[in-house]
Structure formats: C-alpha cells, structure tokens
Ligand binder design. Structure first.
Ligand code: MRU
Length: 328
C-alpha cells in the first residue's frame, strides 16, 4: 500500500491533500518552508510519521530560498516546522536527523548541505516504508483468520510513507490470505476514520464498515470486536501513549471486556525524554471543528477540542514496533 503520500523533485514537495479526501484526489505543492509549515498545520498532511517526513523535506527548502545567511535560515526553518503540530514526536525526531545531516555537510557549502538534508529526508521516507511493513508482520500474532477488529483515526498508508502502522497489520493479514473484517471509528471531529481509513481500506480490499465513535463500546460489549488496533503520536518512557482523541475511551472498553488493545508504532514514536503521559503536550484545535459539520453553519457558541488523549500503559496489551512486541 503505497499511496504516494509525498514525493520530492527538484526543490518541490508534492503531497496528497488529505483535507479533500475521499471526494477529491488533489495534491498540494510545497515550494518553501512556510508552505511546508502550512501543509502540516492545516492537516493537508497528517499522521505522526508522515508529518516527520514532510518536515524533513521541508527543512531543505530554506536552503533554496536564500543564498545569504543560509545557515541561520536553515535553523529558522527547522524552528518554524517544529511548531507546526505539538503532539507527534516524529516531527522533532525527523527534524533532528535533518539538522545532523546539515551540520555534517555545511562546511562544504550551501549546495552540499542542501543535498545532505534531502538525502536524509529520502532515507527517512525509505526506512519508514520498510519499517511499516515490518510492523505489519510483527502484528500477525494478534490477527487471526476470521477475526473482527476495530481501528480509530487513520494509522494507515496515508499517515506514513507506505502501509501504515495499525493498518499495516490488516494489509499483511490479507496478503497471508486471512479473512478479516474491520470496524472503522468515524473519529470525530476531523473524521479521519470516515474520510481516510475507509477510503484506503476500500483500496486495500479489506472488508470494513464505518461506525459512529459512540457505537464502539457497544460493539465491544456485544463480542463483535476481537481486538482494537491504533497508532500513536508519542509514547512516553513508561509506555503511556498519546493518540487521537477517543483512543483512551476505547482502551477502557477493551479492558472492561477483556479484549486486547494493541498500539502499533515505529520506534521513533518513543520519546525517552518524556517520563509519563502527563508530560506529553496535547494539541488543542479550533472549536469550529466541532461546532460546524456537514457544511452547516455554526451550531454552538463555544467548544473545547483536544485533538489527542493519553492511554495509560496499564490499558495497553502490547506496543508493536518494527523491532518486535513490547508488553507493559
Ligand atoms: O491529527 P492526526 O490525524 O495527525 O492524528 C493522527 C493519529 O492520531 C494517528 O493515530 C497517529 O499519528 C499515528 S499515524 C501512523
């Protein structure tokens, strides 16, 4: 599952515009650091690994924008990109890799530094596709022929270079001829499940149905779900995991009904400098994402819109990475 979420050619980044899916397949063209910042902040691109990849490519663009003071321009660019979204640690991880590549090459001049940053971004993208595939393989012990699973938000090919994290398990299961069925949480308020996960599961030929988020616990209580699989935006050192708002509630339902709650993420989503979930910064987005839906006007005056929540490690059956399976 490679949906060409991001391509880079001659100083131009092109990304699939996730704000328009599934109704339109359009691309956003990014020619400057500011464009890259806007694409991430406005959620034209989203999902922790993909945010990191686009930021790494974006960091190279400041080196095309100016010939004077290019070293300062590069750091100004990475600082700007680091502010684009607060919760996904992959953003900072990828920017640090871009900065290291820059620092190694800068004594050879601007052009060499530019090439080095691009090469590093390409490496991050290549590695992401390979490790997502590996995550999919490592998820197989939790996926059986005939199983019915539930996922939240979009932790799929659209959120990565290819395959995804949680959804990689479903794609690899299909390759292994396991017949599975997936319940897709719509994922209010931005509707990543309805708009993105359903779209990519259709392309991946995985049977699925979208449900209202509020139906999930009921389905779990009725024995309709064998396990829940989600991605992660940041995993603290103790295993507490930040992911899309609504993930914590799912973990509670799984715990209450004794079914596995599995987190799938690359190793780069682990933030060892963050001791526990309390320390993870949680993004708050505009209230209009909640009060305006379906093209209707403003339906309430005020809203509170935290975009992520934290699932305590005790509720997590396993965290599956490219390196294997971690248990609490
Ligand atoms: O706000 P989003 O759409 O960027 O949130 C995405 C998620 O919460 C994903 O589950 C997470 O980033 C993992 S994507 C492989």
């Amino acid at each position: 599952m490679d949906l060409k979420t991001v391509t880079f050619e001659e100083g131009v980044i092109s990304v699939l515009d996730q704000r328009k899916l599934p109704l339109e397949e359009k691309r956003v063209i990014i020619r400057s650091v500011r464009d890259a910042y806007d694409a991430i902040a406005s959620m034209a691109v989203r999902g922790a690994p993909l945010i990191g990849i686009v930021a790494a490519f974006g960091a190279s663009l400041s080196l095309c924008e100016t010939r004077e003071e290019w070293e300062n321009a590069f750091y100004e660019g990475t600082r700007l990109l680091a502010r684009s979204r607060p919760t996904a640690i992959n953003l900072h991880w990828a920017l640090k890799r871009a900065e290291k590549a820059f620092e190694k090459a800068r004594s050879s001049g601007r052009e060499a530094a530019y090439r080095a940053v691009i090469e590093e971004a390409e490496a991050i993208r290549r590695e992401d596709a390979l490790l997502c595939r590996k995550i999919g393989e490592n998820l197989q012990p939790f996926i059986r022929d005939g199983g019915r699973y539930l996922t939240h938000c979009n932790a799929g090919a659209l959120a990565t270079a290819a395959y995804g994290t949680a959804l990689a398990g479903f794609y690899v299961a299909r390759e292994e001829n396991k017949k599975i069925f997936v319940w897709v949480d719509e994922t209010r308020p931005w509707l990543q499940g309805l708009r993105l996960t359903a779209w990519e599961l259709t392309r991946g030929m995985i049977p699925h149905k979208v449900i209202a988020d509020s139906a999930a616990a009921f389905l779990i209580s009725r024995g309709e779900v064998d396990a829940v699989f989600t991605g992660a935006d940041r995993i603290a050192a103790n295993g507490d995991t930040a992911n899309k708002i609504g993930t914590y509630a799912l973990s509670l339902a799984c715990r209450a009904h004794g079914i596995p709650f599995i987190v799938a993420a690359p190793r780069s989503t682990l933030d060892p400098s963050c001791p526990g979930g309390e320390e993870i910064p949680i993004e708050e987005r505009g209230g209009e994402e909640i009060t305006r839906i379906a093209g209707m006007g403003e339906m309430a005056e005020e809203a509170y819109n935290p975009a992520f929540d934290v699932t305590p490690y005790a509720n997590i059956t396993a965290i599956v990475t490219e390196e294997g399976v971690w248990r609490p």
